[in-house]
Write a protein that binds this ligand. Structure first.
Ligand SMILES: [Fe+2]
Length: 217
């Protein structure tokens, strides 16, 4: 079963909907989500901190790219020690349909992303161009369905999800500021930007697919 089919089968209640706009070109906003090297700078007090604790520093991230469609994904393995601590709560939290041990960021080319850590919730973002320098973002967070969850596990998961919503909004605001600054900077650029090797592989793949499809028009 494909990733999106598994996500669809696992989706539970929508626990947050957030509509916003970013004063930047839609491709710039997408590209920002496709590379991770901005995290230590842009998300110093949010995502960078949690990534350090939750993601493996030993195992290499894995990337998938489908050249025919432009879809791409990155997987960051969860930290073993963190998973061991998490497993202590597993009995109370219960089981859910699509369980995995990594963070995934999936681009459904060209303008939809699905992200999740372990599969207990899913963050879906839809980016729509409103003008050459304005993008609307529709963001939803879905919980999943749990089996065998105790009353204690329910309270625990509610607290995790509430924290997750606040965290997601903070990360969004940080990305919005970064994208708007980059847009203003790009207006002064005299040459097109060149994606970095390896660290911007997904950006490069995104641009290649976009330009290939533009030529077919
Ligand atoms: Fe970001």
């Amino acid at each position: 079963m494909g990733f999106l089919e598994q996500v669809s089968a696992a989706l539970g209640t929508c626990i947050d909907v957030h509509e916003s706009s970013i004063q930047a070109n839609w491709k710039l906003v997408i590209e920002n989500s496709l590379e991770g090297y901005h995290v230590p700078f842009v998300h110093r007090t949010s995502l960078a901190k949690s990534s350090e604790i939750q993601f493996s520093q030993d195992e290499k991230d894995s990337q998938d790219f489908m050249p025919e469609t432009g879809h791409s994904a990155v997987h960051n393995h969860a930290n073993e020690k963190w998973l061991q601590r998490w497993s202590r709560y597993q009995k109370d939290i219960g089981q859910w349909p699509f369980m995995f041990e990594h963070y995934v960021h999936q681009l459904v080319f060209p303008n939809l992303t699905v992200t999740s850590f372990l599969g207990y919730s899913f963050h879906v973002q839809h980016f729509r161009p409103l003008a050459h320098d304005l993008t609307s973002v529709h963001s939803s967070i879905y919980s999943t369905r749990f089996d065998g969850q105790s009353a204690r596990g329910k309270v625990l998961m509610q607290s995790i999800q509430t924290e997750n919503i606040g965290f997601t909004h903070q990360v969004f605001d940080e990305d919005k500021t970064a994208c708007e600054r980059t847009q203003r900077g790009s207006a002064q650029a005299s040459r097109p930007s060149i994606p970095g090797e390896i660290i911007e592989q997904r950006v490069s793949d995104f641009r290649k697919t976009y330009h290939r499809l533009q030529k077919l028009k």
